[in-house]
Design a protein around this ligand. Structure first.
Ligand code: SF4
Ligand code: SF4
Length: 421
C-alpha cells in the first residue's frame, strides 16, 4: 500500500513538473534477463519516460538503451538538437552494445525522428534504427505483433490522459509564474490560480468536443461558454459590477492564454502566435511537396510522419507524394530523414523552433515552382497496401478512402508493416 502511494506521489510530482528537465542515469538497463538475441529499445534520459517505458516492457527480456536527451522528452529534445544521432552513437558505443547482442536492430521512438539521423547511426555503429509505435501505450501491442506497427500506431494521438497531464503541468507552470503575487494578494493569487486550472482542465478534457480552431471558432466557443457561466453565477450570487468586470477580464485573458498555448503545446498542432492571431487557426507554416526526380522511394517520410501527410505511388513512377499537406504539424521528421533532400516547402518559411537540421532555413526556402504540378496529388484517394498508404490511381478525388484520422479499428491483420525499412 505504502509503495503504491509513494509511486502515485512520484508520478504526480513528475506530471506537475513535466515542463522541467529531470535527467536520469544514462546507459544500458537490463529488463528481465536479456541475452544476445534480446531486443534493444531506445529512450532519452527523461525520468518520467524511462519509468513508463520500463513499465511497458515489464515481463519481456530486453535491453533499454538510455541515451542523453538532456533530461527532456525525446520529441522536444530531438527538435531542439538535444537528442541526435551523436547521442545514440555514444550510447551504443559506451554500452558496448555491438558485443552484447548478435543482431543489429534498435527500436526507437518515432518522436526521435526529427533529431536522429538513422543513416549516420547505421554508418557509425552498424545498428539499424527501426521506428516503434508513435504512442508509448502501443508498445506492448507492437511487441506482441512481432515488432511491427499496425496502421493505428502511426498516427499522433492526444488521448484523455495526455490532455489532462498537459493541462495540469501547464496550469502549474503559470501558477508558479505568478506565485510572487501571492505574497501581497494571497486571495487574488489563489483565485486566479484556481481559474487557470479550471480553464485548462475544462479546455483540454473536452478538447475533442469543441470545434476545430478555424477563424478562432474553438477559442470563441470556450470563452463564450465560460464567460456566460460566470455571468450567471455572478447574477445568482449578487457580485458587485467591479468584481464582475475584473473576473470576466481575468477569465477572458486565461482563455486567450490557453488558445495561444495550443499553437505549440499539443502534439496535434504547431504554429506561431502571429499566424494564429492573423488567421485564427493552428496551421503550420511548413507545407511539404516532394520532387519526384529526387525521391528514391525509401518511404522514410511515410514511416516517420505522425500526421498521414504522405502516400506512395505504386505506378511506373514509384515515388512518394504529398496528399494531405494541411495536416502537417511541422515536426520536420520527414525533412531530417529524407536522404536526398527531395522534400521542398510550399510556404517557403518555417516556424524555426526545430534546431536539429543545420541548413533548415536554406532547405525550407528552396524554390519549389518546378513542382507545382505535384499539387495534383493533394486530396488524392488513398488505400492501404502492405501497411503503407498508397495512392489509388484513377481515383483522384477529394474524398480520400482513408478517413482523416485513421481509426484504430482498421484491420491490423492486413496492415502490418515492418518498421524503419
Ligand atoms: S524520404 Fe525522401 S527519398 Fe524517401 S520516400 Fe520520402 S521523399 Fe522520397
Ligand atoms: S509532413 Fe509535417 S508532420 Fe509529417 S513528418 Fe513532415 S513535418 Fe512532420
Amino acid at each position: 500500500m505504502m509503495t503504491r502511494i509513494k509511486d502515485l506521489g512520484w508520478e504526480l510530482f513528475h506530471i506537475f513538473f513535466r515542463h522541467f528537465n529531470f535527467p536520469c542515469k544514462l546507459g544500458l538497463i537490463n529488463v528481465g534477463t536479456p541475452g544476445e538475441n534480446s531486443p534493444v529499445f531506445l529512450s532519452g534520459n527523461y525520468t518520467l519516460t524511462v519509468q513508463r517505458v520500463l513499465r511497458k516492457l515489464r515481463g519481456i527480456d530486453c535491453y533499454l538503451l538510455v541515451a542523453n536527451s538532456r533530461g527532456s522528452n525525446v520529441w522536444c529534445a530531438a527538435g531542439m538538437n538535444e537528442f541526435s544521432e551523436y547521442d545514440v552513437i555514444d550510447a551504443i558505443n559506451v554500452a558496448n552494445l555491438g558485443n552484447l547482442v548478435k543482431h543489429r536492430r534498435i527500436i526507437a521512438p518515432v518522436y526521435s525522428a526529427p533529431g536522429v539521423d538513422i543513416s549516420a547511426v547505421k554508418r557509425e555503429t552498424g545498428f539499424n534504427i527501426k521506428w516503434g509505435p508513435t504512442h508509448l501505450d502501443d508498445l506492448p501491442r507492437f511487441i506482441a505483433a512481432g515488432f511491427k506497427r499496425t496502421n493505428d500506431m502511426f498516427q499522433v494521438k492526444f488521448g484523455l490522459q495526455d490532455r489532462l497531464e498537459q493541462a495540469v503541468s501547464t496550469a502549474w507552470c503559470y501558477t508558479m509564474t505568478i506565485a510572487l503575487i501571492g505574497l501581497v494578494w494571497p486571495i487574488f493569487f489563489f483565485t486566479v490560480s484556481g481559474l487557470i486550472f479550471f480553464v485548462y482542465l475544462f479546455g483540454f478534457t473536452l478538447y475533442p468536443l469543441f470545434p476545430e480552431e478555424r477563424h478562432w471558432r474553438r477559442t470563441l466557443t470556450i470563452t463564450a461558454l465560460l464567460t456566460t457561466a460566470m455571468a450567471l453565477w455572478a447574477l445568482w450570487s449578487g457580485w458587485a459590477t467591479a468584481d464582475f468586470l475584473l473576473w470576466e477580464g481575468v477569465l477572458v485573458a486565461v482563455c486567450l492564454l490557453m488558445a495561444m498555448d495550443c499553437c505549440g503545446s499539443t502534439p496535434l498542432h504547431k504554429s506561431t502566435i502571429k499566424h494564429w492571431l492573423l488567421n485564427g487557426d493552428y496551421n503550420s507554416h511548413f507545407s511539404p511537396v516532394i520532387d519526384p526526380s529526387l525521391c528514391i522511394n525509401c518511404v522514410q517520410c511515410i514511416l516517420v510522419c505522425p500526421c498521414d501527410v504522405f502516400a506512395a505511388r505504386r505506378d511506373a513512377e514509384n515515388t512518394v507524394v504529398v496528399v494531405k499537406p494541411d495536416r502537417c504539424e511541422e515536426c520536420l521528421a520527414c525533412f531530417k530523414q529524407c536522404p536526398t533532400d527531395a522534400i521542398f516547402n510550399r510556404s517557403g518559411e518555417v516556424k524555426g523552433d526545430v534546431k536539429s537540421i543545420p541548413n533548415l532555413e536554406v532547405l525550407a526556402a528552396r524554390d519549389w515552382s518546378h513542382l507545382k504540378s505535384e499539387d495534383r496529388w493533394i486530396g488524392a484517394a488513398t488505400g492501404l497496401r502492405g501497411g503503407l498508404p498508397i495512392v489509388l490511381e484513377g481515383r483522384t478525388t477529394n474524398a480520400p478512402t482513408v478517413p482523416p484520422r485513421r481509426a484504430a479499428s482498421e484491420s491490423a491483420a492486413t496492415s502490418l508493416i515492418e518498421i524503419g525499412q
